[in-house]
Design a protein around this ligand. Structure first.
Ligand SMILES: Cc1cc2nc3c(=O)[nH]c(=O)nc-3n(C[C@H](O)[C@H](O)[C@H](O)COP(=O)(O)O)c2cc1C
Ligand SMILES: O=C(O)C(=O)c1ccccc1
Length: 423
């Protein structure tokens, strides 16, 4: 008898699992009659329906007129899986290890700021589900709950801390110390967002949550150095949360200060000291030159990412960057991927091109927006199930078998998007 509540078992038994999902979401046990789809466009539509205009636009908007977002999606379309036949895949195993953590699948939660925009339980729900499903969780340093509370919600889960590096070194180190103290086992420095790109839809309505209702968030307000800085500036965050929020964002998150490879060497040294040698990754790498630099300065890994097309509009598709970077340094550093992943086959293709691990962002944001913890669980379990089934029906028994020969890559052609809708 399979235990349908155990995600690791339930994902193996498709019809039963699907029925159980239906039961959970359709049953009138908590008064919620929520038809709950698994298809990405349907999830997106439902999230849009649930969120305020501001919330929706923040999650959905990209830089410029979405060309890099389109490029990300088009790049997946260019690669096709080659199914294999007559192979015993019943012994298949999608579990893998990442920096010594044994996890259920090569799938993780990308860091996303201010989760309270999407649901009041925000990061706490996401971190809880990640632990339950045994998938890595990344907390954004622009999160809305404190590092300590998220660490607790994630229990013995595998969790990494994403840093927007403050130019105030004391502030930066304080964040890293808290992260280590709360059981975060890697530091991921985001390198592509020292300032926010021009995102038309957010610009049009002045859509910056931390300047308004969300303020500085608990991460900042539990930080001894930030509290000291507030005091020095004569700001009482209880009386004036907006000013506190602006100070946090302007001076520590999107401050526009120059950050260099030299400064990053310092950061790595400090992180290694504080954490006792735990892994350090750079997120936002898109070029072979920068990937080689990352190896040179002693990074343990990189996240090949273009921030889901939210930063440089007109930039290369992240999947195209992945291919080149893996060919150049794939044997020297742990290469992970994000940007534009919507289905299990996208994950398969990124792995085939050389990624060790794939992170998703918007998919779980949709789940969180639709129904908090239940929504995140639903979306990620569906993705795990889809991935397990995809691996099975395409005839691959191990992740190692998913290599370049497992896909056919069509020539690159430029497809001009016919619209500029938000996606
Ligand atoms: C609403 C939103 C907020 C984000 N916040 C952060 C953040 O705080 N830190 C960060 O490094 N990346 C952030 N990202 C980028 C994600 O980590 C990731 O690179 C991207 O979302 C992956 O692409 P996908 O959404 O298509 O899966 C954010 C992305 C979105 C959509
Ligand atoms: O909007 C983003 O892409 C992002 O990285 C972010 C950073 C801080 C707070 C919210 C989102």
């Amino acid at each position: 008898m399979s235990d349908l509540n155990n995600p690791n078992i339930a994902i193996r038994s498709t019809p039963q699992w699907a029925l159980k999902q239906r039961e959970m979401f359709w049953a009138p046990n908590d008064g919620i009659f929520q038809p709950f789809d698994t298809e990405p466009d349907a999830l997106k539509a439902k999230a849009k329906e649930r969120l305020t205009e501001q919330g929706w636009l923040y999650a959905a908007s990209n830089a410029g007129i979405n060309w890099t977002h389109y490029a990300n999606r088009t790049a997946f379309y260019r690669h096709r899986i080659i199914p294999r036949m007559l192979r015993d895949t019943n012994t298949r195993d999608t579990a893998t290890t990442l920096f010594g953590h044994k996890v259920s699948a090569p799938i993780g939660f990308a860091p996303v700021g201010i989760n309270r925009i999407y649901h009041p339980t925000g990061e706490l729900s996401v971190a809880k589900v990640a632990q339950e499903l045994n998938l890595p969780y990344c907390l954004s340093s622009a999160g809305s709950y404190s590092i300590e509370a998220v660490g607790e919600a994630n229990k013995d889960g595998c969790r990494f801390f994403q840093l927007y590096q403050s130019p105030d070194d004391e502030q930066c180190l304080s964040m890293l110390e808290r992260a280590v103290e709360s059981g975060f086992t890697a530091c991921i420095l985001t390198t592509d967002t020292w300032q926010l790109a021009w995102r038309h839809h957010d610009v049009n309505i002045g859509n910056y949550a931390f300047y308004h209702e969300h303020g500085a968030g608990d991460i900042a307000l539990n930080d001894p150095v930030f509290l000291k800085r507030l005091k020095e500036a004569g700001i009482d965050h209880e009386k004036d949360p907006k000013r506190a929020g602006q100070k946090w964002m302007d001076e520590n998150i999107w401050h526009g200060h120059a950050h260099t490879w030299e400064k990053t060497k310092w950061l790595i040294k400090e992180w290694k000291r504080i954490s006792g040698g735990k892994p350090f990754l750079l997120k936002g790498i898109q070029s072979v030159r920068d990937a080689k630099k990352a190896v040179e300065i002693g990074c343990d890994g990189i996240v090949v990412s273009n921030h889901a097309g939210r930063q440089v509009d007109g930039a290369i598709a992240s999947l195209d960057a992945l291919e080149k970077i893996c060919d150049a340094v794939g044997d020297q550093i742990v290469i992970t991927y994000d940007s534009g992943v919507r289905t299990a086959s996208d994950i398969f293709k990124a792995l085939a091109l050389g990624a060790r691990f794939v992170f998703v962002g918007r998919l779980w944001i949709y789940g969180l927006s639709i129904q908090g913890e239940i929504g995140v669980r639903h979306v990620m379990r569906a993705l795990l199930a889809e991935f397990d089934i995809l691996v099975n029906v395409s005839g691959y028994a191990t992740l190692e078998e998913i290599d370049k020969e497992a896909i056919d890559s069509l020539p690159r052609v430029a497809i001009m998007p016919t619209d500029a809708h938000i996606t």
